[in-house]
Design a protein around this ligand. Structure first.
Ligand code: PRP
Ligand code: URA
Length: 212
């Protein structure tokens, strides 16, 4: 199942990151802020357990998160979403998956993986701003399943229908969260209208001096 989280604040920030004249600093800030706002919505149904707390006035029933939360940024671009979410969930554990797309075949190439220990019972959120063909996200979800993760959520900012179809086919039980579902992909596999190369824009590795 997929969910479009189109809160007005998210729409506004998405406009900033789509703009080709937005530089590295603003791009980074807006990606993190969008990720935080999305996480606020996505965690709405995360279970809590009852506990007791002594306030300065009296003892009372309170609630706390009852599940570990694990974030899995897909390198590089997923790193741009981590701070925005850990500012809301500071106890989240973080794993990393290194994945890049071969420019010719568009097939994902895996080059790194390191996971926290307790993923089996955790709510695991895979972070990547871009869902294009869906190859990188699908391969990441495969890896996480083979490590025992079962409560998986895929959190992307901009998606293409092709990528969404791929995830729905390969991982029908995984909820996909997007800020926007765009028109499609161009011949190079870039999302249209999209926002360009998210990793390059986050880390300043593109060729456009304006964006620095
Ligand atoms: C981008 C993006 C996704 C992937 C999406 O990463 O961050 O991981 O492409 O494309 P897909 O859905 O077709 O697999 P990229 O390969 O550019 O690596 P980078 O983040 O290191 O720049
Ligand atoms: N990766 C990106 O960074 N942007 C796209 O549009 C597609 C894949």
């Amino acid at each position: 199942m997929h969910h479009i989280i189109d809160h007005p604040l998210i729409q506004h920030k998405l406009t900033q990151i789509r703009n080709k004249d937005t530089g590295t600093k603003e791009f980074r800030e807006n990606v993190n802020e969008i990720a935080g706002l999305m996480a606020y919505e996505i965690t709405r149904d995360i279970p809590v357990r009852k506990t007791e707390t002594e306030t300065p006035m009296m003892r009372c029933v309170t609630h706390e998160l009852s599940r570990d939360i694990v974030l899995i940024p897909v390198l590089r671009a997923g790193l741009g979403m981590v701070d925005g979410i850990t500012s809301l969930i500071p106890t989240a554990k973080i794993g990393h998956v290194g994945m890049y797309r071969d420019h010719k075949t568009l097939e994902p190439k895996s080059y790194y993986a390191k996971f926290p220990y307790r993923m089996k019972k955790a709510v695991v959120m895979v972070l990547d701003p871009m869902l294009a063909t869906g190859g990188s996200a699908s391969a990441t979800l495969d890896k996480l399943k083979s490590e025992g993760a079962s409560d998986l959520k895929l959190v992307c900012i901009v998606g293409a229908p092709e990528g969404l179809e791929r995830i729905t086919r390969d991982h029908p039980e995984v909820d996909v969260f997007l800020a926007a579902l765009d028109k499609g992909l161009n011949e190079q596999g870039y999302i249209i209208p999209g926002l360009g190369d998210a990793g390059d824009r986050l880390f300043g590795t593109n060729d456009f001096p304006k964006q620095f």
